[in-house]
Design a protein around this ligand. Structure first.
Ligand code: NAD
Length: 256
Protein backbone atom coordinates (compact mmCIF):
# COMPACT_ATOMS: atom_id res chain seq x y z
CA UNK A 1 0.00 0.00 0.00
CA UNK A 2 3.00 2.34 0.38
CA UNK A 3 4.68 1.69 -2.95
CA UNK A 4 6.36 4.83 -4.27
CA UNK A 5 6.42 6.55 -0.86
CA UNK A 6 9.73 7.48 0.75
CA UNK A 7 9.98 7.05 4.53
CA UNK A 8 12.66 8.48 6.80
CA UNK A 9 12.89 6.92 10.25
CA UNK A 10 15.28 8.54 12.72
CA UNK A 11 17.25 6.30 15.09
CA UNK A 12 16.46 3.16 13.14
CA UNK A 13 19.51 0.90 13.20
CA UNK A 14 18.05 -1.01 16.17
CA UNK A 15 14.99 -1.53 18.33
CA UNK A 16 11.66 0.11 17.57
CA UNK A 17 12.99 2.26 14.72
CA UNK A 18 14.29 -0.82 12.90
CA UNK A 19 10.97 -2.61 13.50
CA UNK A 20 9.15 0.37 11.97
CA UNK A 21 11.56 0.46 9.01
CA UNK A 22 10.93 -3.26 8.38
CA UNK A 23 7.12 -2.91 8.45
CA UNK A 24 7.18 0.17 6.20
CA UNK A 25 9.48 -1.64 3.74
CA UNK A 26 7.18 -4.69 3.90
CA UNK A 27 4.30 -2.37 2.97
CA UNK A 28 6.30 -1.28 -0.09
CA UNK A 29 7.81 2.02 1.01
CA UNK A 30 11.37 3.02 0.11
CA UNK A 31 13.16 3.59 3.36
CA UNK A 32 15.94 5.75 4.79
CA UNK A 33 17.34 4.40 8.04
CA UNK A 34 19.51 6.49 10.34
CA UNK A 35 21.66 6.70 13.40
CA UNK A 36 24.67 8.77 14.45
CA UNK A 37 27.20 6.05 13.57
CA UNK A 38 28.60 5.40 10.08
CA UNK A 39 29.79 1.79 10.25
CA UNK A 40 29.88 -0.92 7.61
CA UNK A 41 27.22 -2.80 9.55
CA UNK A 42 24.84 0.19 9.31
CA UNK A 43 25.08 0.13 5.51
CA UNK A 44 24.90 -3.68 5.49
CA UNK A 45 21.64 -3.42 7.41
CA UNK A 46 20.22 -1.17 4.67
CA UNK A 47 21.33 -3.70 2.04
CA UNK A 48 19.70 -6.53 4.01
CA UNK A 49 16.37 -4.68 4.23
CA UNK A 50 16.47 -3.84 0.51
CA UNK A 51 17.07 -7.50 -0.35
CA UNK A 52 14.40 -8.76 2.05
CA UNK A 53 11.62 -6.46 0.86
CA UNK A 54 12.56 -5.47 -2.70
CA UNK A 55 12.52 -1.74 -1.98
CA UNK A 56 15.20 0.96 -2.02
CA UNK A 57 16.85 1.35 1.38
CA UNK A 58 19.57 3.84 2.26
CA UNK A 59 21.45 4.39 5.50
CA UNK A 60 22.20 8.07 6.19
CA UNK A 61 24.32 8.94 9.23
CA UNK A 62 23.18 12.02 11.12
CA UNK A 63 23.36 12.92 14.80
CA UNK A 64 19.87 13.77 16.04
CA UNK A 65 21.33 15.75 18.95
CA UNK A 66 22.41 18.40 16.40
CA UNK A 67 19.85 20.57 14.66
CA UNK A 68 21.94 20.96 11.50
CA UNK A 69 22.35 17.18 11.20
CA UNK A 70 18.59 16.67 11.59
CA UNK A 71 17.91 19.13 8.78
CA UNK A 72 20.66 17.64 6.59
CA UNK A 73 19.16 14.15 7.04
CA UNK A 74 15.92 15.20 5.35
CA UNK A 75 17.77 17.14 2.66
CA UNK A 76 20.11 14.21 1.87
CA UNK A 77 17.10 11.89 1.73
CA UNK A 78 15.62 14.18 -0.95
CA UNK A 79 12.63 14.90 1.28
CA UNK A 80 10.13 12.30 2.43
CA UNK A 81 6.47 11.36 2.28
CA UNK A 82 6.57 9.62 5.66
CA UNK A 83 8.63 10.97 8.54
CA UNK A 84 8.96 8.88 11.69
CA UNK A 85 10.70 10.68 14.54
CA UNK A 86 11.85 7.78 16.66
CA UNK A 87 15.39 8.54 17.93
CA UNK A 88 15.43 8.71 21.69
CA UNK A 89 17.58 8.23 24.77
CA UNK A 90 16.87 7.95 28.49
CA UNK A 91 18.61 8.91 31.73
CA UNK A 92 17.30 8.29 35.22
CA UNK A 93 18.11 10.61 38.17
CA UNK A 94 16.25 12.81 40.68
CA UNK A 95 15.50 16.24 39.21
CA UNK A 96 17.76 18.07 41.71
CA UNK A 97 20.67 15.84 40.74
CA UNK A 98 19.92 15.54 37.03
CA UNK A 99 23.14 16.11 35.04
CA UNK A 100 22.73 19.21 32.86
CA UNK A 101 24.45 17.56 29.89
CA UNK A 102 22.03 14.61 30.07
CA UNK A 103 19.04 16.96 30.29
CA UNK A 104 20.21 18.87 27.23
CA UNK A 105 20.96 15.71 25.24
CA UNK A 106 17.56 14.18 26.01
CA UNK A 107 15.67 17.35 25.05
CA UNK A 108 17.78 17.67 21.88
CA UNK A 109 17.42 14.07 20.68
CA UNK A 110 13.91 13.24 21.94
CA UNK A 111 12.20 16.59 21.21
CA UNK A 112 14.20 19.15 19.24
CA UNK A 113 15.12 16.67 16.48
CA UNK A 114 11.42 16.21 15.65
CA UNK A 115 11.05 19.98 15.26
CA UNK A 116 14.02 20.21 12.89
CA UNK A 117 13.13 17.21 10.69
CA UNK A 118 9.46 18.18 10.51
CA UNK A 119 10.29 21.77 9.57
CA UNK A 120 12.36 20.59 6.59
CA UNK A 121 10.02 17.76 5.54
CA UNK A 122 6.72 19.68 5.49
CA UNK A 123 7.19 21.86 2.38
CA UNK A 124 7.77 18.78 0.20
CA UNK A 125 4.73 17.04 1.69
CA UNK A 126 2.61 20.14 1.05
CA UNK A 127 3.80 20.27 -2.57
CA UNK A 128 2.66 16.66 -3.07
CA UNK A 129 -0.57 17.09 -1.09
CA UNK A 130 0.24 13.99 0.97
CA UNK A 131 2.35 13.36 4.03
CA UNK A 132 2.57 11.49 7.30
CA UNK A 133 4.47 12.60 10.37
CA UNK A 134 4.55 9.97 13.11
CA UNK A 135 6.29 10.84 16.34
CA UNK A 136 7.25 8.02 18.67
CA UNK A 137 6.43 9.45 22.09
CA UNK A 138 5.76 7.14 25.06
CA UNK A 139 3.27 6.30 27.78
CA UNK A 140 5.54 8.85 29.46
CA UNK A 141 4.22 11.43 26.98
CA UNK A 142 0.88 11.13 28.81
CA UNK A 143 1.80 10.14 32.38
CA UNK A 144 4.82 10.50 34.63
CA UNK A 145 7.13 8.42 36.82
CA UNK A 146 9.76 9.71 39.24
CA UNK A 147 13.40 10.25 38.17
CA UNK A 148 12.72 10.61 34.43
CA UNK A 149 12.14 14.37 34.30
CA UNK A 150 13.97 15.11 31.04
CA UNK A 151 12.47 12.13 29.19
CA UNK A 152 8.96 12.88 30.39
CA UNK A 153 9.25 16.60 29.64
CA UNK A 154 10.55 15.76 26.14
CA UNK A 155 7.84 13.17 25.45
CA UNK A 156 5.05 15.48 26.66
CA UNK A 157 6.63 18.08 24.37
CA UNK A 158 6.50 15.64 21.44
CA UNK A 159 2.76 15.14 22.03
CA UNK A 160 2.26 18.93 22.02
CA UNK A 161 4.36 19.36 18.89
CA UNK A 162 2.33 16.63 17.16
CA UNK A 163 -0.96 18.42 17.90
CA UNK A 164 0.40 21.75 16.66
CA UNK A 165 1.79 20.31 13.42
CA UNK A 166 -1.58 18.57 12.89
CA UNK A 167 -3.39 21.92 13.14
CA UNK A 168 -0.93 23.64 10.80
CA UNK A 169 -1.35 20.89 8.16
CA UNK A 170 -5.05 20.08 8.56
CA UNK A 171 -6.86 19.76 5.22
CA UNK A 172 -3.57 19.54 3.28
CA UNK A 173 -3.42 15.73 2.97
CA UNK A 174 -0.89 15.61 5.80
CA UNK A 175 -1.43 14.07 9.21
CA UNK A 176 0.70 14.22 12.33
CA UNK A 177 0.23 11.92 15.30
CA UNK A 178 2.13 10.57 18.28
CA UNK A 179 2.41 6.87 19.09
CA UNK A 180 2.72 6.21 22.82
CA UNK A 181 4.29 2.81 23.55
CA UNK A 182 4.38 1.24 26.97
CA UNK A 183 7.20 -1.28 27.49
CA UNK A 184 8.40 -2.68 24.16
CA UNK A 185 10.60 -5.76 23.89
CA UNK A 186 13.71 -4.46 22.11
CA UNK A 187 17.24 -5.95 22.22
CA UNK A 188 18.12 -3.43 24.95
CA UNK A 189 15.18 -4.51 27.10
CA UNK A 190 15.85 -8.20 26.37
CA UNK A 191 19.44 -7.69 27.59
CA UNK A 192 18.19 -6.43 30.97
CA UNK A 193 16.19 -9.58 31.71
CA UNK A 194 19.06 -11.84 32.90
CA UNK A 195 20.34 -9.13 35.30
CA UNK A 196 16.85 -8.54 36.67
CA UNK A 197 16.43 -12.29 37.18
CA UNK A 198 19.64 -12.36 39.19
CA UNK A 199 18.86 -9.23 41.26
CA UNK A 200 15.36 -10.42 42.16
CA UNK A 201 16.17 -14.14 42.22
CA UNK A 202 13.20 -14.84 39.97
CA UNK A 203 12.66 -16.86 36.81
CA UNK A 204 12.23 -15.11 33.46
CA UNK A 205 8.42 -15.11 33.42
CA UNK A 206 8.10 -13.84 37.00
CA UNK A 207 10.62 -11.01 36.57
CA UNK A 208 8.88 -9.90 33.37
CA UNK A 209 5.39 -10.05 34.90
CA UNK A 210 6.00 -8.74 38.41
CA UNK A 211 8.98 -6.41 38.02
CA UNK A 212 9.37 -5.12 34.47
CA UNK A 213 5.70 -5.04 33.46
CA UNK A 214 4.34 -4.00 36.82
CA UNK A 215 2.68 -0.91 35.27
CA UNK A 216 1.50 -2.62 32.09
CA UNK A 217 -1.85 -4.30 32.93
CA UNK A 218 -1.60 -6.81 30.06
CA UNK A 219 1.68 -8.03 31.62
CA UNK A 220 2.91 -8.48 28.07
CA UNK A 221 5.52 -6.45 26.21
CA UNK A 222 4.50 -4.71 23.02
CA UNK A 223 6.66 -5.84 20.09
CA UNK A 224 8.60 -3.82 17.54
CA UNK A 225 6.43 -5.43 14.83
CA UNK A 226 3.33 -4.04 16.55
CA UNK A 227 4.96 -0.60 16.65
CA UNK A 228 5.69 -0.88 12.93
CA UNK A 229 2.16 -2.08 12.24
CA UNK A 230 0.74 0.94 14.08
CA UNK A 231 2.84 3.28 11.94
CA UNK A 232 1.76 1.49 8.74
CA UNK A 233 -1.88 1.88 9.86
CA UNK A 234 -1.33 5.63 10.39
CA UNK A 235 0.02 5.77 6.82
CA UNK A 236 -3.01 3.92 5.39
CA UNK A 237 -6.13 5.54 3.89
CA UNK A 238 -8.13 4.41 6.96
CA UNK A 239 -6.12 6.97 8.94
CA UNK A 240 -6.62 9.93 6.58
CA UNK A 241 -8.72 11.73 9.22
CA UNK A 242 -6.65 10.68 12.22
CA UNK A 243 -4.51 13.68 13.07
CA UNK A 244 -3.35 15.56 16.14
CA UNK A 245 -3.92 12.65 18.44
CA UNK A 246 -2.09 9.95 20.35
CA UNK A 247 -2.31 6.20 19.90
CA UNK A 248 -1.31 4.21 22.96
CA UNK A 249 0.26 0.79 22.42
CA UNK A 250 0.76 0.13 26.10
CA UNK A 251 -1.24 -2.90 27.24
CA UNK A 252 -3.54 -0.63 29.26
CA UNK A 253 -0.86 1.38 31.13
CA UNK A 254 -2.55 4.77 30.63
CA UNK A 255 -6.03 3.39 31.44
CA UNK A 256 -4.98 2.85 35.05
P1 NAD B 1 17.02 1.88 21.14
O1 NAD B 1 18.08 2.42 22.05
O2 NAD B 1 17.02 0.45 20.80
O3 NAD B 1 16.95 2.73 19.82
C1 NAD B 1 17.19 4.08 19.79
C2 NAD B 1 17.66 4.42 18.41
O4 NAD B 1 18.01 5.78 18.37
C3 NAD B 1 18.90 3.61 18.01
O5 NAD B 1 18.79 3.26 16.66
C4 NAD B 1 20.01 4.60 18.24
O6 NAD B 1 21.12 4.33 17.39
C5 NAD B 1 19.31 5.88 17.87
N1 NAD B 1 19.95 7.07 18.42
C6 NAD B 1 20.33 7.32 19.69
N2 NAD B 1 20.91 8.53 19.76
C7 NAD B 1 20.91 9.04 18.50
C8 NAD B 1 21.40 10.23 17.93
N3 NAD B 1 22.03 11.16 18.66
N4 NAD B 1 21.23 10.42 16.61
C9 NAD B 1 20.63 9.48 15.84
N5 NAD B 1 20.14 8.33 16.34
C10 NAD B 1 20.29 8.12 17.65
O7 NAD B 1 15.65 2.30 21.84
P2 NAD B 1 14.13 1.92 21.48
O8 NAD B 1 13.58 1.28 22.70
O9 NAD B 1 14.00 1.27 20.19
O10 NAD B 1 13.51 3.40 21.43
C11 NAD B 1 13.06 4.03 20.25
C12 NAD B 1 12.07 5.13 20.63
O11 NAD B 1 10.96 4.54 21.28
C13 NAD B 1 12.64 6.17 21.58
O12 NAD B 1 12.16 7.45 21.22
C14 NAD B 1 12.08 5.74 22.92
O13 NAD B 1 11.96 6.82 23.80
C15 NAD B 1 10.73 5.21 22.49
N6 NAD B 1 10.11 4.30 23.47
C16 NAD B 1 10.68 3.08 23.75
C17 NAD B 1 10.05 2.23 24.67
C18 NAD B 1 10.58 0.85 25.02
O14 NAD B 1 10.02 0.18 25.90
N7 NAD B 1 11.60 0.35 24.38
C19 NAD B 1 8.87 2.64 25.30
C20 NAD B 1 8.34 3.89 24.98
C21 NAD B 1 8.97 4.70 24.06
Amino acid sequence: ILKGKRAVITGSNSGIGLGIAEELAKAGADVVINSFTDRDEDHALAARLAADYGVTVRYIAADMSKGDDCRALIEKAGGCDILVNNAGIQHVAPVDEFPVDKWNAIIAINLNSAFHTTAVALPGMRAKGWGRVVNIASAHGLTASPFKSAYIAAKHGVVGLSKTVALETAGQGITCNAVCPGYVLTPLVEAQIPDQMKVHNMDRETVIRDVMLQRQPSRQFATVEQMGGTVVFLCSPAADQITGTTISVDGGWTAL
